[in-house]
Design a binder for this molecule. Structure first.
Ligand SMILES: [Zn+2]
Length: 382
């Protein structure tokens, strides 16, 4: 059996706070004198019903974890460890998602908050060979004008090198906010060449997927799994070339599906959807990237050729530079060409030199984002 940790893949759905190791969370809480809800340090993954109460519980825990990240050192540590953990699982490209709003008060504003994440991503790329891009995500819980401010900030750091912004997202409870009100923020991002990667179609069904397609014109959908419930909508997703960031462990933890076996991974793949498996929030769901590929193998019966196709699909759906994509795709071919009986090799190990290419290429030259928008206060949302 081929080693899935050696299969090169791109990880396109991982949240900054949600990527945290539980040991790190415990240490940070201790250092800052914060008492954490015990369930955050539990051995069992979160499991909530897929209703508003369930989401509220998830959000409260998420907020408690986020409150432990209080400054530049903590932020750098979260990024570094997320990249190290991805590297250990054969990820050659990570697009980590962050909403800098909550960290801004600790570091002097939105701009420094994002720049810290970008710099840490660049350094971690050099150290590990994983090519790390950043997705700036706005929240459905805040005013759409805040989303526009974040989109303008994201655009200033756009690029496909390590530590640059590759996409713009929209997160939090799909049931909240008016999707169309975020259209102008996405237009700002798309005009600058950023990928549009909003969440959609996890907590809500196919109608929500269509709403997001209509107004936000996504390149990828965060989740989108529930488009499987309507063949017409799924066909539209496929026809429009919208990739789906499918995060099975997240779907099960948030009560969208009863078990891994109920996640419609095969339906999506067989319909021709471009799927990229992701972990979403391993801190709460207790499964990182590799576990999603393992579930595809053990629960959904994906063969090694099908797993290689999933990995290729993740790379193609990424916004990595052409050089990184070719290297990873060649690595996938090499993985599949191996004799499955042979001992695992380091076929998936990315080359650090390639990852370093392009670092520091683009500096923000656009007009400064309104500094007033930097004076945001901490709030409780995602
Ligand atoms: Zn997510």
């Amino acid at each position: 059996m081929r080693d899935l940790a050696a299969l090169p893949k791109a990880h396109l759905h991982l949240h900054f706070t949600g990527s945290m190791r539980r040991t790190t969370l415990a240490e940070l809480a201790d250092r800052h004198g914060i008492r954490l809800p015990a369930v955050l340090l539990d051995a069992d993954p979160l499991h909530v019903p897929a209703d508003e109460r369930g989401w509220f519980r998830f959000q409260r825990l998420y907020d408690a974890a986020r409150a432990c990240v209080r400054g530049e050192d903590d932020m750098r540590r979260v990024v570094t460890e997320a990249v190290e953990d991805d590297a250990a699982e054969g990820s050659g490209r990570l697009e980590i998602q962050v909403d800098p709003t909550s960290y801004a008060p600790f570091v002097g504003g939105l701009t420094p908050a994002l720049e810290i994440v970008l710099d840490a991503a660049r350094e971690a790329s050099l150290a590990t060979g994983v090519d790390v891009g950043v997705v700036v995500a706005a929240s459905r819980m805040r005013h759409p004008l805040d989303a526009r401010t974040l989109a303008r900030l994201a655009v200033r750091h756009a690029g496909d090198g390590p530590g640059e912004v590759v996409g713009f997202g929209l997160s939090n409870d799909e049931r909240r906010g008016d999707t169309s009100a975020f259209a102008s923020a996405f237009a700002i991002a798309r005009r600058a060449g950023l990928a549009a990667v909003p969440h959609g179609g996890e907590l809500l069904g196919p109608a929500h997927v269509e709403d997001v397609l209509e107004h936000l014109h996504p390149d990828r959908l965060g989740h989108g799994v529930r488009s499987a419930e309507d063949p017409r909508v799924l066909d539209r997703v496929v026809d429009e070339g919208v990739a789906l960031e499918v995060c099975p462990a997240s779907n099960v933890s948030l009560g969208v599906y009863r078990s891994d076996a109920d996640v419609p991974l095969r339906t999506l793949v067989e319909a021709g959807a471009r799927v990229a498996l992701g972990a979403d929030d391993p801190l709460l769901f207790h499964a990182r990237l590799l576990a999603q590929y393992e579930a595809a193998r053990t629960v959904h019966g994906f063969s090694d050729a099908e797993l290689a196709a999933l990995a290729r699909s993740s790379v193609v759906a990424s916004r990595a530079s052409d050089g990184v994509r070719s290297r990873l795709l060649a690595g996938v071919d090499a993985w599949l060409a191996q004799d499955p009986a042979a001992a695992p090799t380091a076929a998936g190990a990315p080359a650090g030199a390639d990852a370093a290419a392009g670092a520091g290429a683009a500096e923000g030259t656009a007009a400064d984002v309104d500094r007033a928008s930097d004076a945001v206060d901490v709030d409780v949302r995602g």
